[in-house]
Write a protein that binds this ligand. Structure first.
Ligand SMILES: [Zn+2]
Length: 462
């Protein structure tokens, strides 16, 4: 009877996945939700068929990029993989991933499972599945409603890691990763050596500055960005843990490249936060025993996903599409934007639909002041989306000159106006619900500009 219910749960889930694809939806959480209603143990059973290892990836920022990179290395190594989609990272979404990877008998096995999930979901997930590894990208303060809950959550994850005897891969440059130091845990740390991009003074959001052992404020010798960097505690003398995987000779002009051990990592990514994602994925791949040439090849070929600094060329102009969803994300994106060499036209679409967050006051926690110093080389900034006025007020207060700010609520008109700007580089920043509409506009514009370029050539050839 149980076997039959399991089969029905798998088939029902698969059917809903197929139907939602036909309807053009990604079909992320609902198939898993339905299957769990039919057979509550479906995730427990399917996840027990992972043979080599189950990896959980969590952290505030960078989980999706890190998981995708790690997945590319695992696939390049020739393994069978279960991997949940971005945005489907609660239990139902993870169940969907297993149902999707299962065959109709529900009896096939997998080599690895790679499960991306929010920090708060880690203990719940571990109650249902047996995991072997936990990768934490970083712990930043995320949204306003999570203020102050970070310590509690880290405590819960630590307890769960101890209880389930997980092997951990952690960021040594994040002081909060100290919370995991325990003789009972196997820890692998990754870190960047000093880079030419470091600052001695952080301008970004700074949670986690206090020593977890004695409560003293940490002294930083250098910041890579946000609270990631090299520190000493003046109270108890503790410093960053030694790193097993040390990223060296980092270059970001414009794409991220660095060395780690004898490996040379090349990528299609921009920005320091993506350098961390690459290093985290490298550390985890090595922990799984994947060879360096395989990792190098997989990472060099991997194309960023929509909104994670996706590159477009429109009428010969270099444009990047960037998803921003919280203050830390904005700070990271602005740092990456300002790393670009050349004058810049910016576009920022702020929406306030449920998925963006109804309350847009978070823009006041983001460091738009980064744009101001000497008005550097920002040529113009178009403020767009449902809350275009709010973002315009924010950047004006940040010190951007009023004559550089334009308010154009309509996305298509705003993007066109941005592209008409006189800068050398173009950055389209969007909150979640504006991202896909903006992407479609950019894809169309790119397509049109390619057609234009090709038409005279074809005419000449015929
Ligand atoms: Zn201390």
């Amino acid at each position: 009877m149980n076997k039959l219910r399991l089969m029905i749960a798998i088939w029902a889930g698969k059917l809903v996945i197929i139907l939602s694809r036909l309807l053009g939806n990604q079909g992320s959480a609902y198939p898993g939700y339905l299957a769990r209603r039919i057979y509550p143990d479906v995730l427990r059973v399917l996840s027990s068929r992972v043979e080599r290892g189950t990896v959980i990836i969590t952290g505030t920022n960078g989980k999706t990029t890190t998981s995708n990179l790690l997945a590319s290395a695992i696939r390049e190594a020739g393994f069978r993989l279960v991997h949940n989609q971005a945005g489907a990272n609660m239990l139902a979404g993870i169940t969907t991933a297993f149902i999707n990877a299962a065959d109709l008998s529900g009896k096939n096995s997998f080599d690895y499972a790679l499960l991306e999930t929010d920090e708060a979901n880690v203990p719940l997930l571990l109650d249902e599945i047996k995991a072997d590894y936990l990768l934490v990208t970083n712990f930043f303060r995320d949204q306003l409603d999570r203020y102050g809950e970070l310590d509690t959550m880290i405590g819960l994850i630590r307890e769960a890691a101890l209880k389930h005897r997980l092997e951990l891969v952690l960021n040594a440059d994040d002081p909060l990763s100290k919370a995991f130091q325990d003789k009972a845990l196997i820890l692998h740390f990754f870190s960047f050596a000093p880079t030419i991009y470091d600052s001695l003074r952080s301008q970004e959001s700074r949670e986690g500055r206090y020593c977890l052992v004695c409560g003293q404020e940490l002294i930083y010798h250098r910041f890579h960005y946000a609270q990631l960097g090299k520190y000493t505690c003046p109270g108890c003398g503790q410093v960053n843990p030694p790193a097993e995987y040390l990223g060296e000779r980092l270059r970001m002009e414009p794409l991220v490249e660095f060395e780690v051990g004898s490996a040379i990592i090349r990528s299609q990514y921009q920005g320091f936060f993506n350098a961390y994602n690459l290093l985290a994925a490298f550390a985890m791949s090595k922990t799984l025993g994947i060879g360096e040439p395989v990792i190098e090849k997989a990472f060099a070929a991997f194309r960023p996903q929509a909104g994670r600094m996706e590159y477009f060329e429109i009428q010969g102009k270099p444009c990047w599409l960037v998803l921003v969803k919280n203050p830390t994300g904005v700070n990271q994106s602005l740092s990456a934007v300002l790393n670009g060499r050349g004058s810049k036209n910016l576009f920022f679409a702020l929406n306030d639909n449920a998925q963006d967050g109804r309350d847009v006051s978070w823009i006041w926690d983001a460091d738009f002041e980064l744009l101001e110093p000497g008005d550097n080389d920002i040529v113009s900034m178009v403020c767009s989306g449902q809350r275009s006025g709010d973002i315009a007020v924010r950047v004006k207060y940040a010190g951007l000159k009023a004559d550089k700010i334009k308010i154009i609520p309509d996305l298509a008109k705003g993007i066109k106006s941005t592209l008409e700007g006189k800068g050398q580089l173009y950055y389209i920043l969007c909150t979640y619900t504006a991202l896909f509409a903006a992407r479609k506009i950019m894809v169309d514009l790119q397509h049109k500009s390619i057609e234009k370029k090709e038409k005279p050539a074809r005419a000449a050839g015929s």
